[in-house]
Design a protein around this ligand. Sequence first.
Ligand code: GLU
Length: 448
Amino acid sequence: MVRASNAIDDVCEALNRRNPGESEFLQAAGEVLERLEPLLDRQPELASHGLLLRLCEPERQIIFRVPWQDDRGEVHVNRGFRVEFNSALGPYKGGLRFDPDLDLSTVKFLAFEQTFKNALTGLSIGGAKGGADFDPKGRSEGEVMRFCQSFMTELLRHLGEQTDVPAGDIGVGTREIGWLFGQYKRITNRYESGVLTGKGLNWGGSPGREQATGQGVVLFLQRMLEHAGSSAEGRTAVVSGSGNVALHAIEQLGRLGVTVVACSDSDGVVVDRDGIDVDLLRRVKEVDRDRLTAYAAGRPRAEHRPGGNIWDVPCELALPCATQNELTGTDAKALVANGCIAVAEGANMPSTPDAVGVFEAAGTSFAPGKAANAGGVAVSALEMQQNAMRASWTLADVEERLASIMDAIHDECARTAEEFDRPGDYVAGANIAGFRRVAEAMSALGII
Ligand code: GLU
């Protein structure tokens, strides 16, 4: 019989050979594969029939041209992506990201992570991700709308409520989902609500979707702290980023009696020892679409540090909610030295492998993104359910379901970690539990 460690090494070697230069994708795949040995030792059938290789190869990768005209009539060409990674558990599901640095490696890693995250929700959704290397910063409404329309004109042939259901991610919120949905509806002549999630409330959206990711991260963090005999109340936190996930995480932490002393954007860090004022932050970021310098200008006691590092700000709880690989081994050491007791990832893969190693060695409670930030996609799946039933649930109803889904994800990760003699290791728990669910479904469906 092939030993699990050999099977994993062979797959890692094949992945390196087949995906040269795709460092984010190789990192994400490596992080999952290296945790699977104890599971594959017990259930070797999950590594048979080329299952690991099949699981690491996207079912479909789409790259397309997105031409559009700016307000002066000048033509621009961007690159659009959709990686449909795995549909063993349900239709492809995952967000769209508009970011000038987006490339295939990033979309592939995000789609790969999404596959296991979605599996952990226990809902019937496969994994995908997409977007474009388009920079919405500084663009007018008309320009972003025309871009969304051009993007959807090509993407729509790959979508469908039973096929592939995108949502938002960095740079794509309810406004962009509206323009994407409008173009889909216009070309297909179908009011197919379930083809996109994150919609507005009066055109098929779900109450609670907007805040779900940030709310879910905080629910997970609370449950993890309780499990370790601790609690969040009265503690200090830093939350990186200031987009949708960060904003709602900060709001939820405030409700728990946690003081969030810093947040950030790509220009720098704002430190506000009185606690970040969520209403001001919302106005600056969501209404004015401005930078954090505008927040600091509205809060005389807040300090703006251009180019500063948020992880140097002392805190007990750290929530990376900005982007991948934003928290390095050096940052993790600074956090530990400053007394940080728990980290919960709101972004996808924000901590580098070195950082995860530092937290593990220090005994810092660590909630990996694929478990902790699953609340957003979970409420997307609830939105799909409502669309399928042509129903609309109340906010209280959605929030209750989200809370029980986050508790269930936490408990499954904790239980799986214990089952494999790694108590408290949520990275192992999430990867093994997510992989097991996808792999068992794939193995039932035959060699496809
Ligand atoms: N982009 C979000 C994520 O990373 C949400 C995806 C969705 O709702 O489909 O999970």
